[in-house]
Design a protein around this ligand. Sequence first.
Ligand code: ZN
Length: 197
Amino acid sequence: MYTRPLARLIEQLQRLPGVGPKTAQRLALHILKRSDEEVQALAQSLIDAKQQVGLCQVCYHLSAEPVCEICRNPNRDDYTICIVSESRDVIALEKTREYHGKYHVIGGVISPMDGIGPEQLNIQPLVRRVSQKKIKEVIIAISPSVEGETTTLYIGRLLKPFTRVTRIAFGLPMGGDLEYADEVTLARALEGRRELE
Ligand code: ZN
């Protein structure tokens, strides 16, 4: 149906989340119509992003610097840490403009079925971080799926000896991702946080 290089491009695009066969075809045909320079810039930006973006060595959020901008910002509260599962949750919470503390991205949720235990996540560095500094509060903002719940309780148990542990109030549908919540809902969830039992 497609000449080979075009078929390969469509196949690659189709591997992206949310891109079905039709969208992949539309994007590929669109790319072929762009100038050489534009296509070169697109390809280069993919390679640059992949090569240059790593993880912040403090909070594990995506960063092109060894320590991310949020961790380096002196105007943010050093003594409150919001714990999220993925970097996209940091982005969602930042969009609310209601949170002024720091973050810690654990990099997933505990899921024995998928072979993900606490050791596979950035939980040890979190415990170290909380136990070494006089942290006032940690706010756990992990979606309440079955795995998310297990993860929240596990982290809560580890951190309670060191600090106050709260969790955001989920008015979100069970298992709903933070990134799908609108900014107002998320801001309210943050404001309505409660002590973790
Ligand atoms: Zn950071």
